[in-house]
Design a protein around this ligand. Structure first.
Ligand SMILES: [Zn+2]
Length: 226
């Protein structure tokens, strides 16, 4: 897939000035995370503006896509007399060591945690279908530990407290409760998406292009957007 809005790297100059960075004319606050990919465009991780600035300064940004999310102004260079500017895009492709096993290994299993699990299940209780804030959801083990169930993505779903209490130590069949969706292990790209706190539209489209065709997240995202 060729990413949309491909730009050459914005003008960044050598970092021989102080490293103080100032936000300027940004459409998004500095809390907006940048999606970092490898040189081939495979999603790697979310990085904050400091890490993005470091990558630009070290000339590790090969190309960018997506939209300009902020300009970082450094100090004035003693050598050139010019103020350094780094224009940070929502998606940056970087060279060098990735340090991230997920995008190359097909058997990669992302770590399981409640926050990501609840996002996978769109904050729905997968028994009653109600939508709940995280604090009212729990991690239900479909096949309970007491019956040999494991703490893995394919054996857990988000459940409201009431449903979790009703089901207790039983399987859904034993409790005569029906699961509304089949639990799945996120791929690496899906996991990155689920970890995102505030995912911009272009970042979402980019990540979605790396999801498997059969990903249940396609439908869920469609519903969030409508
Ligand atoms: Zn419920």
């Amino acid at each position: 897939m060729s990413p949309p809005n491909l730009h050459s790297p914005p003008h960044s100059r050598p970092a021989d000035e102080d490293t103080r960075l100032v936000l300027h004319a940004a459409a998004h606050g500095l809390t907006q995370m940048v999606l970092r990919t490898d040189i081939a465009g495979m999603p790697l991780e979310w990085i904050d503006y400091r890490e993005a600035a470091r990558l630009y300064h070290q000339e590790q940004v090969a190309y960018t896509c997506g939209s300009l999310i902020y300009s970082l102004y450094g100090g004035v260079s003693a050598r050139t007399g010019l103020r350094t500017v780094v224009e940070v895009s929502s998606i940056v492709a970087t060279v060098g060591h990735t340090g991230n096993p997920g995008n190359t290994r097909h058997d990669y299993v992302p770590p399981l945690n409640n926050e990501t699990l609840f996002r996978r299940d769109a904050h729905l209780c997968l028994y009653c279908g109600g939508r709940f804030p995280s604090r009212e959801l729990s991690r239900d083990h479909i096949r309970p530990f007491s019956q040999g169930g494991r703490d893995v993505w394919t054996n857990v779903v988000a459940a409201c407290r009431r449903c979790n209490n009703v089901k207790a130590w039983r399987t859904p069949e034993q409790a005569k409760m029906q699961l509304l969706a089949v639990p799945f292990t996120p791929t690496y790209a899906e996991y990155i998406f689920l970890k995102g706190r505030r995912v911009l539209t272009d970042q979402m489209a980019y990540l979605q292009a790396h999801f498997p065709r059969s990903s249940p997240l396609h439908d869920r995202i469609q519903r969030w957007l409508s």
